[in-house]
Design a protein around this ligand. Structure first.
Ligand code: SF4
Length: 599
C-alpha cells in the first residue's frame, strides 16, 4: 500500500492520506497524497498563516513600497526580515517594518483611526516613498475594520500616493498558499493595466515567481540583459510597485514558482493573451533549458547559446568538482512545495545525489503530481509534515543532508545531521549556473564539515569516561602509593631500630637537648645521603656532622638498599625516623627528669 501510516501517527490515522511512498510502475493517476487541506487536529503543522504568504513571500519583496501591517505588532514581526531578498536600492524593504500596532482598546473600539494615523505617519517619515501595501490580519479582520475605506481616504488626503490592500488575514486559508492566491488575483484585478512601462526591446517578458533570495533575481536579470530581453516586471524579486502595474505589456510570462505566482500568469494569459512559459531556474541543466526556450520563443537562439557557452565555461568544472564528492549522497527536501519538483531532478542529474524523502508545507495536488512524476521509486513524499513524522522519516531514510527551512533545520541540527537552508539559502544565490555551484558548495560544506560529527559527541560520556579513567588512574596511583608508603614504613622501622640500638645523641638529658640533637643529626644525615651541602661552621654543626657522618657510613653498610634508594624516599624515610625518635625519646618518654626544672 503506497499510502503509509507512520508509527508516530497511530493516534491520528487521518495522516495516512498525506504520506506516500512511490512504488514501481505507479503513477499519480493511482495515488496522490492529500494536500492543501486543513491541518489535522493533533498534528503540529509547520505551515505559515495566510497573511504571511501574501506579505512575507510576495508583497514584502518590493523594493519601493511601504508594507503596513494592520494588526498587533506580532504579525509584523512574524514576517519581517526572515528571508533574505536584497534590492539594488539599499535594501529599503529589509530595513523597515510598519505596523498599526493594535492594542486591546483598538480591538474593542475599532482600529480604523489607528490605521489612518499609521498610514499618514509612515508616508510622512519616508517622503520619497509613494507606494504602500496594507495588509489585514486576524484581529483587524475579525473586528471588521474597513481598510479599503481608510485607504481611500488616506489616498485622497495625500493625493500622490498609491496603496494596495491585501485582505487576507491569517485564518483565511489552510496555509500561506492562500495569501499567495489572494495577492495574485487582487493585483491583477486592481493594479495590472494601470501603468504603461517604457518598452526598450523587441523582446519583452515578465519573470514570475522569483523573489531575489540572496540575489537570484540579479543572476536571471544578467542573462536577460545579455540576450537583449527586457524584463517588464519581476514578480516580485527586486521589483517595483509600478513595474508590476505594467505587466500587461510583456510578450511572455516566464514562470518559475508556479505555486506562489502561477495564478497571475494564468490571469495574464486569460485577460491579455500573454503565454506562460514554465521554467526551472535552479539547476545547471535546467538553466540551459530555460535560456534555450526563451531564445527559441523570440527567435534569438544564438544569443541564448552565447550566454550558455560563457556560463558553462565559467562554472562547469566547478560543478564537476562537487559532483565527484556529492554523488550518491542521500538528501531530504523539506520545503514549501515547488522546490521539491524544481530540485529533485536537478540534484540527481547535475550532482548524482539521491533524493530519498520530500515534504511540502503548502503544496497543492499539482505540486505532488509534478514531484512524484519527477521523483524516484521508494522516495517518501509527505504533505504538511509534523515534527514526529520528520524524526521517523529521518530514521527510515538516514540522509546525508536535509534541505529545509530554519525551523525544521533547528530540529535537524539537534540530531546532528547536516542541514542547508532551503528557504533563505546559506550562501546564495542558488539560481542559474553560478547558483547551482553555490548550492553544491553549501551542500558539500555541510556534509563534509566535521562540525556535526563533533556536535554528536556526548561530552557527558566523555566526562564519565574521563572520570572512570581518572578513577582507574587514582586507584592505580593509590595502589602504587600504598606500596611506596609500605616500603618507606618498613625502611623507617629498620633505621629507627638501628638508631635506637646504636646512637646516644638521642638520649641526652633534657628534652630540648634531645630535640636539637635528633633534628641536627638527622637533617645532616639527609644532606649527606642526598648529596646536599653540609654546613660545618658552628660547633653544633660540626657536632651534628660528626654524628651524622658516622651514622651514614654505618647505615650504608647495614642497609644496602640505601645505595639505590631515590633521594625523595631517603628524605621521606629519615623524616619519619626523626618523627619517630622524637616521639620515642621526647614526647612519649616516661623519663620524668627530662623536663625537671633542676636539670
Ligand atoms: S495567524 Fe493571524 S495573528 Fe498570527 S501572524 Fe498570522 S495574521 Fe497575525
Amino acid at each position: 500500500m503506497p499510502l503509509k501510516l507512520l508509527k508516530c501517527d497511530e493516534a491520528i490515522p487521518e495522516r495516512e492520506k498525506h504520506v506516500y511512498i512511490k512504488e514501481k510502475g505507479e503513477d499519480t493517476t493511482q495515488f496522490l497524497p492529500s494536500s492543501n487541506v486543513e491541518t489535522i487536529p493533533g498534528s503540529l503543522s509547520e505551515r505559515g498563516c495566510s497573511y504571511c504568504g501574501a506579505k512575507l513571500v510576495i508583497g514584502g519583496v518590493l523594493k519601493d513600497t511601504i508594507q503596513l501591517i494592520h494588526g498587533p505588532i506580532g504579525c509584523a514581526y512574524d514576517t519581517w526580515h526572515t528571508k533574505r531578498y536584497p534590492s539594488d536600492n539599499g535594501n529599503f524593504q529589509l530595513k523597515y517594518v510598519w505596523s498599526s500596532d493594535m492594542k486591546e482598546s483598538h480591538v474593542v473600539f475599532g482600529g480604523e483611526k489607528q490605521l489612518k494615523k499609521s498610514i499618514l505617519e509612515a508616508f510622512a517619515e519616508f517622503p520619497d516613498i509613494k507606494r504602500m501595501i496594507v495588509y489585514s490580519t486576524c484581529a483587524t479582520a475579525l473586528i471588521g475594520d474597513d481598510i479599503r475605506a481608510v485607504v481611500k481616504s488616506a489616498e485622497k488626503e495625500l493625493g500622490d500616493v498609491d496603496i494596495f490592500c491585501v485582505e487576507c488575514p491569517g485564518f483565511a486559508g489552510v496555509s500561506q498558499s492562500k495569501g499567495h492566491h489572494v495577492l495574485n488575483i487582487g493585483w491583477v484585478n486592481e493594479k495590472v493595466g494601470t501603468f504603461e512601462p517604457e518598452i526598450t526591446s523587441p523582446y519583452t517578458i515578465n519573470v514570475i515567481g522569483d523573489y531575489n533570495i540572496q540575489g537570484d533575481t540579479f543572476v536571471l536579470e544578467k542573462y536577460m540583459e545579455k540576450m537583449g530581453v527586457q524584463i517588464i516586471a519581476h514578480f516580485t524579486g527586486n521589483g517595483t510597485y509600478d513595474s508590476l502595474r505594467g505587466m500587461h505589456r510583456a510578450q511572455l510570462n516566464v514562470t518559475n514558482c508556479a505555486r506562489s505566482a502561477g495564478y497571475i500568469a494564468n490571469e495574464l494569459k486569460k485577460r491579455y493573451g500573454i503565454p506562460r512559459l514554465d521554467v526551472d531556474t535552479w539547476g545547471f541543466d535546467y538553466a540551459k533549458e530555460g535560456l534555450r526556450k526563451i531564445g527559441a520563443f523570440f527567435g534569438i537562439e544564438d544569443r541564448a547559446e552565447a550566454v550558455i557557452a560563457e556560463e558553462v565555461a565559467k562554472y562547469e568544472s566547478k560543478l564537476a568538482w562537487y559532483k565527484e564528492r556529492l554523488t550518491g549522497k542521500k538528501v531530504c527536501i523539506w520545503t514549501g512545495g515547488p522546490r521539491l519538483w524544481h530540485w529533485t531532478k536537478a540534484l540527481e542529474d547535475d550532482l548524482g545525489m539521491k533524493v530519498v524523502a520530500m515534504s511540502s508545507k503548502f503544496g497543492h495536488q499539482e505540486d505532488f503530481e509534478k514531484v512524484i512524476a519527477r521523483g524516484q521509486e521508494g522516495t517518501i513524499y509527505i504533505d504538511d509534515s509534523n515534527e514526529l513524522e520528520f524524526f521517523e522519516v529521518l530514521d527510515m531514510v538516514k540522509p546525508d543532508l536535509v534541505l529545509t527551512g530554519p525551523r525544521v533545520g533547528a530540529l535537524v541540527k539537534k540530531l546532528h545531521l547536516p542541514y542547508v537552508n532551503g528557504h533563505g539559502y546559506h550562501n546564495g544565490p542558488y539560481m542559474g549556473f553560478e547558483g547551482a555551484v553555490n548550492m553544491a558548495r553549501d551542500m558539500y560544506n555541510a556534509i563534509y564539515s566535521p562540525l556535526m560529527k563533533l556536535a554528536a559527541l556526548d561530552v557527558r560520556n566523555d566526562e564519565t569516561e574521563e572520570d572512570t579513567s581518572n578513577q582507574e588512574n587514582n586507584e592505580t596511583l593509590k595502589e602504587k602509593s600504598d606500596e611506596i608508603a609500605a616500603y618507606i614504613k618498613e625502611r623507617t622501622e629498620e633505621i629507627t631500630t638501628y638508631i635506637q640500638e646504636r646512637c646516644l645523641w638521642q638520649f641526652h638529658s633534657r628534652s630540648w637537648d634531645r630535640e636539637e640533637n635528633i633534628n641536627g643529626v638527622i637533617n645532616t644525615a639527609i644532606k649527606i645521603l642526598t648529596g646536599e651541602e653540609v654546613g660545618t661552621e658552628t660547633l653544633n654543626e660540626k657536632l651534628y656532622f660528626a654524628d651524622a657522618k658516622i651514622l651514614v657510613v654505618e647505615l650504608k653498610v647495614k642497609f644496602s638498599w640505601l645505595a639505590s634508594m631515590e633521594h625523595a624516599h631517603i628524605k621521606a624515610v629519615l623524616e619519619l625516623v626523626r618523627q619517630k625518635l622524637i616521639g620515642i625519646a621526647i614526647t612519649g618518654s616516661l623519663n620524668a627528669e627530662l623536663n625537671h626544672s633542676l636539670y
